[in-house]
Design a protein. Structure first.
Length: 87
């Protein structure tokens, strides 16, 4: 029984998201775990304003104090967006 519990603990993937806000669009965003948030990479994020998942290319990442600014190119809207993510 103990090994079963340990196995369940080790293999139960807890999905964590990186939450942030897009001040220009006025909406919350979430980048789900499993996305490599690095310049040149494509990520999937959830846009609470539109209520849908979207794909975007990461253009830049900058740390400012207690937050991280992620600039992306949103494939669906054809616009550049800047997310202020929790650190």
């Amino acid at each position: 029984m103990r090994f079963l519990l340990i196995g369940l603990f080790l293999f139960s993937g807890v999905a964590l998201a990186w939450d942030g806000y897009d001040y220009d669009a006025g909406s919350d965003v979430s980048i789900e775990s499993g996305n490599l948030v690095r310049p040149g990479e494509t990520i999937e994020f959830y846009d609470y304003g539109s209520g849908e998942y979207r794909d975007a290319d990461v253009e830049s990442i900058n740390r400012y104090g207690g937050s991280v600014e992620v600039e992306v190119y949103d494939h669906d809207s054809g616009e550049y967006r800047t997310f202020e993510m929790e650190d």
